[in-house]
Design a protein around this ligand. Structure first.
Ligand code: GDP
Ligand code: MG
Length: 594
């Protein structure tokens, strides 16, 4: 155990974590050269395409240093603001962290927030100044920032380049030298923390764990403490590029367990595995996730509801941050109200459902959670506009506020402040980190920033500003429910909760946007926005003049079938509501109003 090192890599997005991880795997010959492809740890298709790390992945390396053999367990973490939950889970399984900072960019908001998580868990921090090969690298200046932030010595900072391979050996040596070996007693009762799991359709659920105490042997009877279920450890092993089975694993190590579990609900990330014969108490797992954005997910074909439920259960296994419960919509029928960490997370869930589970789904208008206080002084948690009590019964409404921390080049401070004010933000603090880097802190309604704020911020700062935020509580706000009617029928899935001062403008623009997005049909479609009984905006989608099918009436039947087939394909991600067809984009139109 004294030669095991469990570490993670934390960094702001794009600072080169995945690339550096590739170099570590190469240098330790964990992957043969012919198996090497860029960003090896990002093995979900979606991650490769988007160039971001969504899931944390664990991998084991062997390394010989000063005549001794070391086992290094690396847990890769995502950098996007939506996924800090994944980061805290991987941090819990480690004793040390590489803190990667891009030497051409400097410290960013996510560097700081992830670093605080790591320091909070008492991890040993190894600072790495990355991308040192870039001609515009600023090693001195960025080193100053790092020293300021963590109070290390200048000599502690390793200069590296994941691209050209500089500093890789030095990093590996530092991991062995500076990160403490895991503590724990291999002879004590078994305590293994589940930090991740995935569904494998052939082998059942794979559980990833870190053993804190005790020893686990193949074939032993184990119990998951929270769920109370017992299993046999059919296969245990370590995670290399592929899984490598082992006969036994002891305290300090990280590995996987396969025991034929088929039901996703039986595995909870944060649960503790122990022996049936000699049980231990559970270790403190992870905090519950706090979803920031809620939206409905509905099958495009109503008959696929049960299949969608099964797919969501499997997806949830691999994405513990996804929460959901059944929901019924008058317009869309049976579906699920889901909680997401942010908009990127919501998009990814939708895409994974489609790619990995072959489902076609519609997501409805996203919303944050509001607290409605009734005249009887009861508090109702409103995750969907349809859950809002009738106006007569509402005493007041509270909305979630966040503290936003923005770091930017000084020249963009003006536009950033203007943007934040438009979003009902209050400037709380402004600090110069260096002569041309400023840290701004705002208090803002969550509803104003979860949707497109991040994109806007990037645009006005030419990509230089970075954002991080945390929830600070609920505050009273003047919110109203804005309903949308199509041909006089209220479509609950299109309702939104908005600030009263913005409601009229919203209603007007939303109707205009819907007019563009709703496909023309054989009849006219009236689009109306209303607050309570009051109509505040109206638009019309004109009827189509010609019946496309009329052309082949009485003609070639196969041609007619082809045409129908073609129309059906075009119907993907559309839902029929009454006699109106609504495409997916219409549900997200509220996000793109300004
Ligand atoms: P991550 O988001 O932190 O995982 O970052 P990636 O490893 O995906 O890298 C982000 C971008 O920076 C990619 O385009 C990489 O090719 C590039 N990059 C990564 N490391 C280096 C480096 O050391 N030098 C240079 N010049 N580019 C790098
Ligand atoms: Mg990455």
């Amino acid at each position: 155990m004294k030669n095991i090192r469990n570490f993670c890599i934390i960094a702001h997005i794009d600072h080169g974590k995945s690339t550096l991880a590739d170099r570590l795997l190469e240098f330790t010959s964990t992957v043969a050269e012919r198996e090497m492809q860029n960003q090896l740890l990002d093995n979900m298709d979606l991650e490769r395409e988007r160039g971001i790390t969504i899931k944390s992945h664990a991998i084991q390396m062997n390394y010989r240093y000063k005549g001794e053999d070391y086992i290094l367990n690396l847990i890769d973490t995502p950098g996007h603001v939506d996924f800090s939950y994944e980061v805290s889970r991987s941090i819990a399984a480690c004793e040390g962290a590489l803190l990667i900072v891009d030497s051409s960019q400097g410290i960013e908001a996510q560097t700081i927030s992830n670093l605080y998580l790591a320091i909070g868990s008492d991890l040993e921090i190894i600072p790495v100044l990355n991308k040192i090969d870039l001609p515009h690298a600023m090693p001195e200046e960025v080193s100053d920032q790092i020293i300021d932030l963590i109070g290390c010595d200048r000599e502690d900072i390793i200069h590296a380049s994941g691209k050209s391979g500089i500093g890789i050996e030095e990093i590996l040596n530092a991991i062995c030298d500076r990160i403490p070996a895991p503590k724990g007693d291999p002879a004590a009762p078994l305590q293994a923390l589940i930090f991740d799991s995935v569904f494998n359709s052939y082998r059942g659920i794979e559980v990833y764990f870190r053993i804190y105490n005790g020893t686990l042997k193949k074939g032993e009877k184990v119990k998951f403490i929270n769920t109370g279920k017992t299993y046999e450890a059919d296969e245990i092993g370590v995670l290399k590029l592929n899984q490598e089975p082992r006969q036994e694993m002891a305290a300090g190590n990280v590995g996987y367990l396969i025991s034929g579990i088929k039901n996703a609900k039986e595995v909870k990330v944060g649960d503790t595995i122990t022996h049936v014969d000699r049980p231990a108490t559970g270790i403190q797992g992870f905090e519950d996730v706090k979803p920031m954005v809620f939206a409905g997910i509905y099958p495009v074909e109503t008959s696929e509801y049960e299949e969608l439920r099964a797919s969501m259960e499997k997806l949830q296994l691999n994405d513990a941050s996804l929460v959901w419960e059944p929901e019924t919509s008058a317009a869309l029928g049976f579906g699920f109200r889901c909680g997401f960490l942010g908009m990127l997370h919501m998009e990814i869930v939708q895409e994974r459902l489609e790619r990995e589970f072959d489902m076609t789904v519609i997501t409805t208008v996203p919303s944050v959670q509001f607290h409605a206080y009734t005249t009887k002084n009861e508090m109702v948690k409103v995750n969907a506009p349809s859950e809002m009590p009738e106006p007569n019964y509402i005493d007041h409404i509270e909305e979630p506020f966040i503290k936003a921390q923005i770091i930017s080049k000084a020249e963009y401070v003006g536009p950033i402040i203007t943007l934040c004010m438009e979003k009902r933000g209050i400037l709380k603090n402004q600090t110069y980190l260096t002569s041309d880097r400023v840290e701004l802190s705002f208090e803002m309604p969550l509803a104003e920033i979860v949707f497109d704020f991040f994109d806007k911020l990037k645009t006005i700062s030419r990509g230089y500003a970075s954002l991080d935020y945390e929830l600070i509580g609920f505050r009273q706000s003047n919110m109203v429910k804005l309903d949308v009617m199509l041909n006089g029928e209220k479509v609950d899935a299109l309702s939104a909760i908005v600030h009263r001062e913005k409601a009229y403008e919203w209603g007007k623009r939303l109707c205009e946007k819907l007019r563009e997005l709703l496909p023309r049909q054989m009849f006219e479609i009236a689009i109306q926005a209303a607050i309570g009984q009051k109509i505040i905006a109206r638009e019309t989608v004109k009827a189509l003049r010609k019946n496309v099918l009329a052309k082949c009436y009485g003609g070639d039947i196969s041609r007619k079938r082809k045409l129908l087939e073609k129309q059906k394909k075009g119907k993907k991600r559309m839902r029929q509501v009454g006699n109106v067809e609504i495409p997916q984009e219409a549900f997200l139109a509220v996000l793109k109003l300004d």
